[in-house]
Design a binder for this molecule. Structure first.
Ligand code: AMP
Length: 302
């Protein structure tokens, strides 16, 4: 089954203590779309400016992304820049220029409206709601968010939570949303706000999946080759939703596998800047790392 993805499309500038790169392909929808493309066909909804490089459009197409819902508007593409500390869990946003995003109110192509699986990648919750309202009875809707929206758009975010099946957020966002220090309580609390499932990402420490009456804790890959963590969360969520769409089944087994495939793709993505590593990634690389995750999660009773 195919997957509709909306979110940001950006030209990023990223600085780490060792490297600095400009005008990289970024944005939540770019990372999520390419990650999902390892599992299923993607209908992309987004906007870029006339300065958006043609090779990036070709990259999308190479990764199973349909661009009928991509608007190319007069003006400049959304731009974001950020800087990491030596502890790459800490990032500072240096600048944001919304540019063409400021007036983005997409009308979905008719061919998109029956896409059975939907991933609303990080973008203003008002826009996530606007896209979701145009979908015809989707089978499963996943949404992501960021701390900014908890601060400036809490009301539409709460409305969104009532309309989706699965909410993905990171640990600090979960704590902030629920005003709760304990992550288990925070996850269970978010379930009561609407979604049937909640995934809390814990960066280099793995993630937690909550459903009614169950919690699954996934390990993190012991990564040694970390170059740029940008987009790891978007890749996780894109692969998670893409995997579920590919098996067209949402149950305890498929959800756990989706979490592991999400972790696998995210762990590859951080090995290079932008989408560099995902461009050379093969199905064999994915299945080998999946097996490592499986081995890490197993133990024999002693
Ligand atoms: P992550 O590392 O998962 O937080 O995602 C990083 C991506 O989010 C970058 O490629 C940015 O272009 C994009 N981004 C940054 N700020 C925003 C925002 N306010 N809305 C949507 N996307 C954003």
């Amino acid at each position: 089954m195919s997957l509709l993805i909306t979110g940001s499309i950006a030209l990023d500038s990223v600085k780490t203590p060792l490297e600095e790169h400009h005008d990289l392909l970024g944005g939540s929808a770019s990372y999520a779309g390419v990650a999902a493309g390892f599992f299923t066909d993607v209908n992309l909804v987004g906007i870029v400016g006339s300065d958006f490089p043609q090779p990036y459009l070709e990259l999308y197409q190479k990764h199973r992304m349909n661009l009928d819902g991509l608007e190319i508007a007069d003006g400049k593409t959304f731009r974001w820049s950020g800087e990491y500390e030596w502890d790459m869990n800490n990032r500072r946003t240096l600048s944001v220029a919304l540019n063409v995003f400021e007036k983005f109110q997409p009308t979905l192509p008719a061919s998109y409206r029956h896409t059975p699986y939907v991933f609303l990648a990080n973008i203003a919750p008002q826009l996530q709601l606007h896209v979701l309202a145009q979908m015809e009875r989707p089978r499963f809707v996943v949404a992501d968010t960021m701390d900014l929206w908890l601060e400036i758009a809490r009301e539409p975010l709460m409305e969104l939570l009532k309309k989706i099946d699965c909410f993905i957020l990171n640990e600090s966002e979960a704590r902030e949303l629920m005003k709760e220090t304990n992550l288990i309580k925070a996850g269970r609390g978010i379930l009561k706000l609407g979604p049937k499932y909640v995934v809390i990402k814990k960066g280099e420490h793995g993630c937690l999946l909550f459903g009614e009456g169950h919690v699954f804790s996934a390990p993190a890959y012991p990564l040694e080759d970390l170059h740029d963590p940008t987009g790891a969360g978007d890749c996780f969520a894109g692969a998670f939703a893409g995997y579920l769409a590919s098996v067209d089944r949402v149950d305890a087994v498929s959800l756990r596998n989706a979490v592991i495939y999400g972790s696998v793709i995210a762990s590859f993505n951080v090995e290079s800047f932008s989408l560099g590593r995902l461009q050379t990634l093969t199905p064999r690389d994915i299945s080998q790392r999946y097996e490592i995750f499986r081995a890490m999660s197993q133990f024999v009773a002693g």
